[in-house]
Write a protein that binds this ligand. Structure first.
Ligand code: PGA
Length: 248
């Protein structure tokens, strides 16, 4: 796990069955020895998970769900999907705590329950954290990250399936990325908060406006083990370019 570089493709509420052909190029790349370290994981919308699993079945590319319900098995929750269902479909991962869901009302407590549910179902978790622009301006980034980590990971005993995605909210979908120093400092702080909870070194990824132009500067940031990529991941050419520029 330590040598892997993660490339997480978060397709959000985009994509249709006609998007599947464009993935052939990514499958071909994933088979090249040169890119052995690239751990590529796609998070399509729920409606396409089955198609993606079929598409990637003879490759090393994994699939995850973009969210899950706090209840891990079955229940009367219209419109929701549980960890158990994701696992049964063949997902290996789930994103939990994405800022787009936090903004829509997901609390730290919900996130904690979801993380427990995913651990119980043996899913790997991409746990998203990050400060808003307002919080950054108020210079409370550190306490926000600390709260998100401590509440989100409350009573977690087993850290082996957890990855952290640091995504400053003001960076998501805006084209703006943090400057190198700021990013390095925040990654360092995140590591420090986590080291108080576990001896395990969790992979820390960066997310927010990663593209094939800025990835060269981002990959040199100390402590980053990969990227969570939204819009640029929906274009296979750009996504491949990001992987190639990271691993060369
Ligand atoms: P973006 O999205 O790359 O389009 O900024 C990142 C994310 O929301 O995870």
């Amino acid at each position: 796990m330590t040598n892997n570089i993660y490339f997480i493709a978060n397709w959000k509420m985009y994509g249709s069955t006609s998007s599947l052909n464009s993935l052939n190029k990514v499958i071909n790349l994933s088979k090249l020895k040169k890119y052995k370290k690239a751990k590529i994981i796609y998070f399509p919308p729920f409606t396409l998970i089955h198609n993606f699993i079929n598409k990637f079945k003879n490759s090393k590319i994994s699939i995850g769900g973009q969210n899950c319900h706090v209840v891990e098995d079955y229940g009367s929750f219209t419109g929701s999907i549980s960890s158990k269902m994701l696992k049964e479909l063949g997902c290996k991962y789930v994103i939990i705590g994405h800022s787009e869901n936090r903004i829509a009302g997901e609390t730290d407590l919900d996130i904690n329950k979801k993380i427990h549910s995913a651990i119980n179902k043996n899913l790997k978790i991409v746990f998203c954290i990050g400060e808003t622009l307002n919080e950054k301006r108020k210079q409370i980034t550190f306490s926000v990250l600390k709260r998100q980590i401590n509440k989100g990971l409350k009573n977690i005993k087993n850290y082996k399936n957890i990855l952290i995605a640091y995504e400053p909210v003001w960076s998501i979908g805006t084209g703006v990325i943090p400057n190198g120093k700021e990013l390095e400092l925040n990654i360092f702080k995140i590591k420090k908060i986590i080291s108080k909870k576990t001896k395990k070194k969790l992979p820390i990824l960066y997310g927010g406006s990663v593209n094939n132009k800025n990835v060269k500067s981002l990959k040199n940031i100390t402590g980053i083990k990969g990227f969570l990529i939204g819009s640029a991941s929906q274009n296979s050419k750009k996504f491949i370019d990001i992987i190639k520029k990271t691993i060369n």
